[in-house]
Design a protein around this ligand. Structure first.
Ligand code: KG4
Ligand code: ZN
Length: 331
């Protein structure tokens, strides 16, 4: 089954053609970062307009580079939510109209289930059940995944998402938006043990997260070292990153042990972080747990993961529900 995936939940207009939910024939991601970076974050109204401008060209490019003709598409899957309503509506409405025009099934995909499916686009996907840590700019949660269509949220952030904390710390340090990648690179030049930022485990036996405290600690450090902090940027980045990575790794492995899962995955934009990948591989290795991490290109928002997640409901039912609506918050 050849599926066209469409993703427009935030600031990336993406389209992808995926075969049988596992093989990427094409994946096009058109980022709006340049437009939003001057405002220090995503401006929803601007983002919707940019999706409108980009969607036709992005879909056309995805079909062209996949080497298939539009008539060879078997179904279309588009992100339904969570995300920015105006943005979601662009991709979702386009997908419905295109599916209707081609006379093929259409389904809506939960963006978070999309991220979790990114590991199925890699050669060695995890067997069920497995634990997945989803860490992105909008969400941070730990899931028990028992099938392609059933995943239980075990715990999530009570305030900021992990990626949001990276973005906010980058902003405090004057490093630009989005900051995750910039902090990650800067941290590689720093010493994580120079500044001991606190670890926020909350209840050490639970799976909820909190990242607003670490953000405040970094802000306080900058304020109390206003004369010297510019010379300490890489150590601040490394210390902050280590604090976030320690907590993410701890909770992920705790969940794997408690739920007796031998396989874990990390997905979402933050899963591209080198230190997080290294730390989780190392910690899991010590416990005999196998880690599955998608390549950095499919950690961030993309449409291949949406086509991959849409494949399973589509093969089971062949939806054609054009009355489906989008949603802004996690269902
Ligand atoms: O999954 P994603 O592309 O979009 C959402 O669904 O939110 O995640 C974007 C987030 C941003 O907060 C970005 O700063 C963060 O992922 N990010 C990183 C890295 N690359 C992207 N965070 C830490 N280290 C990275 N290398
Ligand atoms: Zn995402």
């Amino acid at each position: 089954m050849i599926i066209l995936g469409i993703e427009t939940s935030c600031d990336e207009t993406a389209a992808s053609v995926v075969d049988n939910g596992t093989v990427i024939l094409s994946s096009i991601v058109s980022s709006q970062i340049e437009i939003h970076s001057r405002y220090g974050g995503v401006v929803p109204e601007l983002a919707s307009r940019k999706h409108m401008e980009a969607i036709v060209a992005v879909v056309r490019e995805a079909i062209k580079t996949s080497g298939i003709e539009p008539e060879q598409l078997d179904a279309i899957a588009a992100t339904r939510g969570p995300g920015l309503i105006g943005c979601l509506l662009v991709g979702f409405s386009f997908a419905k109209a295109f599916a209707f025009g081609l006379g093929i099934p259409f389904t809506g995909v939960n963006h978070l289930e999309g991220h979790i499916h990114s590991v199925f686009l890699e050669p060695d996907p995890p067997p069920f059940p497995f634990i997945s840590l989803l860490a992105s700019g909008g969400h941070t949660g730990v899931y028990l995944v028992t099938s392609h269509t059933s995943m239980e949220l075990l715990g999530q952030t009570r305030d900021d998402a992990a990626g949001e904390a990276f973005d906010k710390v980058a902003k405090m340090l004057g490093l630009g938006y989005p900051g995750g990648n910039i902090i990650g690179k800067l941290a590689e030049k720093g010493d994580p043990s120079k500044i001991d930022f606190p670890r926020s485990y909350l209840d050490k036996s639970g799976f909820d997260f909190s990242f607003s405290g670490i953000k405040t600690s970094v802000s306080r450090f900058i304020n109390t070292h206003s004369a010297q902090y510019k010379e300490m940027m890489s150590d601040i980045a490394a210390g902050f990153q280590e604090s976030v990575v320690d907590v993410l790794s701890y909770k992920l492995l705790l969940a794997a042990k408690e739920k007796r899962c031998e396989h874990i995955s990390i997905v979402g934009g933050v899963a591209a972080n080198r230190r997080l990948r290294e730390k989780i591989k190392n910690d899991a290795g010590l416990s005999g747990i196998k880690v599955h991490i998608p390549s950095p290109a499919i950690c961030g928002d993309n449409a291949a993961m949406i086509a991959a997640a849409g494949y399973y409901p589509l093969i089971n039912g062949g939806f054609r529900d054009l009355s489906l609506d989008v949603f802004s918050r996690a269902l």
